[in-house]
Design a protein around this ligand. Structure first.
Ligand code: F0G
Length: 448
């Protein structure tokens, strides 16, 4: 059942093949360097790229731009209290700003931080404090064909090993990322969140939930965790987030906004400490780098994100893309995640050796063939880790429909039919910081 209809539209156009060829060359075979007008269906990210509702646009116009005590901040505080259950909010310009505020407050040199899987900005902020990020995914996360319902879960067994190795006094923070973006957007069960909360309490650590996609996660819990089959998405979200001592949030995901983020907690001491650091890096504690209108749109978006109709529509749109791709014979990571479909590029282009970046070659070919922009999350993006060669097709919220997806499928099908002609790539230039390689490196085809 459709939950939305269009009220504002944006004209898009598929550029000619010649133009796409030239754009790809000029971009150094890195799709981050493409102009968006040269892209037809943009699946680079689901972050800040979604469509706001009429209610959000209305709130935007009424945004209160006061430097201090903005009414729009009060609206955000009240939405966070109602939707997420926390009484204190420290706003930030986006999720990584909130990460800097929270992890800068909680971590010291030499600390070790277990997380089901660190997203790249989380990893960088933990490392930036001189601490060591350690991933603790469940083993099924690494298997694209395993059918477990909660492949995003946090492995407490692995985390206990880490604590035994480094000493309990060196693990002041435990993070759980829901859904687990770096593990193909897989969900985390409420039971797992409760167990991680107990584990964190046991070792006297602060339990942080990275709640970027908490509403999508709650939608999966309702479908897959029998204790919650009759609960609403809003009830599940509250129940799961109640496990945490603090949440770190990007409003660009399940805040249904184009910008913004925050830290939220019930702990008055942590709140005061975060507020201080936020003033230094983000702005005064009633705007935190956001315009009043952005606070207002985020307050409305957060409430919409936990409506059953919204989450049902959201999981259905991403699920449809996954189903159509699988039906067309594209090797995808199963089951489909909450915000994106991940393609196994090593299986899609088996003739390319790992050193020739099969994921990035697939990304370039999808663009060349159909103006579709995806993102590589394999050995090109993560040079120092041993990851599967995944390509992510992220779905902006409330933005694309079946016709766009059919174009993506047709494009992928044609690429796979002609796979033997797809050349590998080699790096021509790259930035000093290896962690940031996929944003700015330039490449060249190995052959042709
Ligand atoms: N945590 C997770 C799990 C994320 O996926 C992201 C962003 C952030 C934190 C940082 O939030 O972008 O608002 O600063 N993920 C985007 C993506 C960029 O494409 O997956 P941000």
């Amino acid at each position: 059942m459709a939950a939305y209809r269009s009220k504002v539209v944006e004209r898009i156009e598929l550029p000619s093949r010649e133009r796409r060829e030239r754009a790809l060359q000029d971009a150094g075979y890195n799709v981050f360097n493409l102009a968006s007008e040269d892209v037809y269906v943009d699946l680079l990210t689901d972050s800040g790229t979604g469509t706001m509702s009429d209610a959000q646009w209305a709130a935007l116009v009424r945004g209160d731009e006061a430097y201090a005590g903005s009414a729009s901040f009060e609206a955000l505080e009240s939405a966070v209290a109602d939707v997420m259950g926390f009484s204190h909010v420290v706003p930030a310009h986006q999720g990584r700003g909130a990460e800097n505020v929270l992890y800068g407050t909680l971590l010291d040199e030499g600390d070790v931080v277990p997380n089901n899987t660190h997203f790249d900005t989380t990893r960088a902020h933990v490392a930036n404090q001189g601490a060591e990020p350690v991933d603790c995914p469940v083993p099924a996360a690494g298997d694209p064909n395993a059918t477990d319902p909660f492949k995003g879960n946090f492995s407490i067994e692995r985390a206990r090993e880490v604590v035994a190795e480094v000493g309990v006094e060196n693990v002041p923070v435990v993070i759980q990322t829901i859904t687990n973006n770096s593990a193909a957007g897989q969900p985390v069960s409420v039971e797992n969140s409760r167990r991680v909360a107990d584990f964190a309490a046991d070792i006297d650590a602060t339990f942080v939930i990275d709640a970027c996609r908490f509403a999508e996660n709650a939608g999966f819990v309702r479908e897959r965790e029998s204790a919650f089959a009759d609960a609403t998405v809003a009830e599940i979200a509250r129940e799961q987030l109640a496990c945490a001592d603090a949440v770190v949030m990007s409003g660009k995901k399940d805040g249904l906004a184009n910008v913004g983020g925050f830290v939220a907690t019930d702990d008055p001491t942590l709140y005061e400490r975060c507020k201080e650091r936020a003033i230094l890096y983000e702005g005064f504690s009633t705007y935190g780098g956001m315009a009043g209108r952005d606070l207002a749109a985020l307050a409305v978006g957060l409430r919409e994100a936990v409506e059953d109709a919204y989450v049902g529509d959201r999981l259905a749109e991403v699920g449809l893309l996954g189903e159509l791709l699988a039906d067309a014979g594209v090797p995808i990571y199963e089951p489909t995640g909450g915000h994106a479909v991940y393609v196994d590029a090593a299986a899609a282009l088996p003739h390319l050796p790992a050193g020739e970046f099969p994921g990035q070659a697939l990304v370039c070919e999808l663009y060349r063939q159909g103006g579709v922009r995806a993102v590589e999350l394999g050995s090109f993006a993560f040079p120092k880790t041993d990851r599967p060669e995944l390509v992510r097709l992220a779905v902006p919220r409330r933005t694309y429909g079946r016709e766009h997806f059919e174009h993506v499928i047709e494009t992928a099908r044609t690429v796979l039919e002609n796979r033997s002609a797809v050349s590998g790539l080699r790096i021509e230039s790259e930035p000093e910081m290896a962690e940031l390689r996929h944003f700015t490196a330039e490449l060249e085809p190995v052959s042709g």
